[in-house]
Design a protein. Structure first.
Length: 71
């Protein structure tokens, strides 16, 4: 059984949940998806311009890691 203090906390969080959900919905309504996508496109393009393919697939390094972790 929850103590009186725990019951107060539970009730406080129930009330807070309603307000947090309202704030969340309000913030989502204000998101400018088109602008966000444009920023993400810029970030993605910059990442591609600076991408250097690895020399290996990483499988050898992964096997080495597993081998050491097993010990």
């Amino acid at each position: 059984m929850p103590t009186e203090q725990e019951k107060k906390w539970i009730e406080a969080w129930k009330r807070a949940a309603v307000e947090l959900e309202r704030i969340h919905d309000e913030e989502l309504a204000q998101v400018d998806t088109a602008s966000t996508l444009l920023v993400l496109e810029d970030v993605f393009n910059a990442a591609l311009e600076n991408y250097e393919p690895p020399e290996t697939s990483g499988l050898v390094e992964m096997q080495r890691f597993f081998f050491r972790a097993r010990k």
